[in-house]
Design a protein around this ligand. Sequence first.
Ligand SMILES: *Cc1c(COP(=O)(O)O)cnc(C)c1O
Length: 225
Amino acid sequence: MPERIAALRARAAAAAAAAGRNADSVTLLAVSKGQPAQLIRAAAAEGLRDIGESYLAEALGKMEALRDLPLTWHFIGRLQANKTRQVAEHFAWVHGVDRLKIAERLAAQRPYHAPALNVCIQVNLAGEASKGGVPAAEAPDLAAAVASLPRLALRGLMCIPPEEADPGRQRAWFAGLRQLRDTLNAGGMSLDTLSMGMSGDFEGAIREGATIVRIGTALFGPRGS
Ligand SMILES: *Cc1c(COP(=O)(O)O)cnc(C)c1O
């Protein structure tokens, strides 16, 4: 694990340098779905603090087991309306907001003593039916509506683009998300986050401006079931 983390950090730093960016402008989000709590503890010992989980019940169990650690928990899975309360209560970030109804519930259910819940709007750039996310054309209206909600901090955009064999084509999807963020910022928003890039494509995502890369298998190895 220490070697893997060091290697990932070196690759991320090299990609950032190639884009003229500081290495510390990219957060390595450790995606631990399907992995036991001890592995998260080992990653935390190497300085990783941001942890991504996709399944609520699984995540809550690990939070309980790791409550002695100063971790920042990110919900990166598909969020159903009946799960929003516990997500609003237990997570610091939600990456996959793609419906106003979900955002409204999160805003209403975020505890008053907690800081604002950080959210990203998921954009489905390729219109893939199998994936969540709002079509790019609808992202501006959703972003404006979410930004106006109390208790939430709209931080930026997230995507899971199609897998492309050609790295240049892969990067084009990430560039598309960055351009959408730039358009929204030109229109008066101040979005500082692009959550994009996973184990197989994070370097291209960093080259295109990713500020959070979500890394699972390259960090923890294959997932159990
Ligand atoms: C599982 C998952 C990841 C991590 O995928 P790897 O290919 O294992 O790095 C990233 N983002 C989301 C939304 C995921 O569900």
